[in-house]
Design a protein around this ligand. Structure first.
Ligand SMILES: C[S@@+](CC[C@H](N)C(=O)[O-])C[C@H]1O[C@@H](n2cnc3c(N)ncnc32)[C@H](O)[C@@H]1O
Length: 288
């Protein structure tokens, strides 16, 4: 089978526009799904080229759905019957009523929409909840969240990159979670962007990887996101012999009951940055 880069270079149909490193990242992340009857959802259709290319890359695809806010996309026609376009805002639940009607769950979700941090963050709960365990979520063009023309900045606590950095704490959820926490590490984003509480869903965050302008998240069942059992090899413990007693223990049994109640400091750096940012927004509004 041709590689994604080879398919891209040979493509003559509808136009698509991606950075060269993205193709390498996609190839590495999506090759394990290549032979599967995948269900793929991509936010951002534009000319429809990427949908055609995904269709070529996954010969056994079941659904390739593109979602775009631009109603002009409705007129796009595709040869492959598996490709469908839904017109709507990826941050609105109503858009997903239509998507759910075609396919309620996906193996691969790609956010190549507006690249505005607010849009990426608002779309995330809708997208991640529809990703199956074992699936992968990929967000493109995080560079915009660092750039001022896109309301971005390295220090902004509400950029998409900041959101995903915070989300990466959930990879270690086993070591700090308590179900009754009133404030979670995501409360800041839930308040700022009017998101539903994401609590339980985030216990499925298995792995987060960053590349230049991309973030990839693997989703798996919570039981697969634990540290596993402690494994001891060898039988000569000349310096610290107690380690041998830990063989086969869980993290909690081995390290102690670390999953105590976590009190998030309301004066944390992130909170203060958010308050400062909110003040700036209020001031900007009042001078308009
Ligand atoms: C970069 S283009 C997509 C390119 C396409 N994926 C490709 O590779 O050829 C971004 C698209 O996202 C759409 N878009 C912007 N905001 C959106 C939103 N809130 N929901 C859905 N689509 C959105 C735009 O209309 C635009 O067509």
């Amino acid at each position: 089978m041709l590689s994604l880069c080879a398919i891209w270079d040979a493509h003559t149909g509808k136009v698509s526009d991606k950075w060269s490193t993205y193709l390498q990242v996609y190839e590495a992340a999506l090759a394990p799904f290549r032979e599967d009857q995948i269900r793929l959802l991509e936010i951002g259709v534009q000319n429809g080229g990427s949908l055609e290319i995904w269709s070529k890359y996954f010969p056994r695809k079941r659904h390739i759905i593109g979602c775009d806010i631009n109603p002009t996309c409705r007129a796009l026609e595709f040869e492959a019957p598996e490709i469908q376009v839904v017109v709507g805002d990826a941050g609105a639940e109503t858009t997903f009523t239509e998507i759910d009607g075609i396919c309620p769950e996906f193996d691969i979700v790609i956010d190549d929409g507006s690249h505005q941090s607010a849009d990426i963050i608002r779309a995330f709960p809708h997208l991640f909840t529809r990703l199956c365990d074992g699936g992968v979520y990929i967000c493109e063009d995080l560079m915009c969240g660092f750039q001022t023309p896109w309301n971005g900045g390295l220090e902004r606590p509400d950029s998409a990159a900041a959101f995903f950095r915070r989300l990466s704490d959930y990879v270690n959820l086993e070591h700090w979670t308590v179900p009754e926490m009133s404030e979670t590490p995501m409360t800041f984003f839930e308040e700022r962007f009017g998101l539903p509480p994401m609590g339980q869903m985030l216990s499925h965050v298995h792995e987060i990887r960053f590349r230049n302008s991309m973030c990839l998240i693997e989703k798996r069942r919570p039981v697969e996101n634990t540290l596993g059992l402690r494994k001891i090899a060898g039988n000569v413990a000349q310096v610290e012999e107690t380690v041998q007693a830990f063989e086969g223990m869980t993290a909690e049994a081995s390290l102690g009951p670390t999953a105590g109640k976590v009190e998030l400091d309301p004066k944390s750096l992130e909170r203060r940055a958010y308050e400062a940012l909110r003040q700036r927004v209020v001031e900007a509004d009042s001078t308009d």
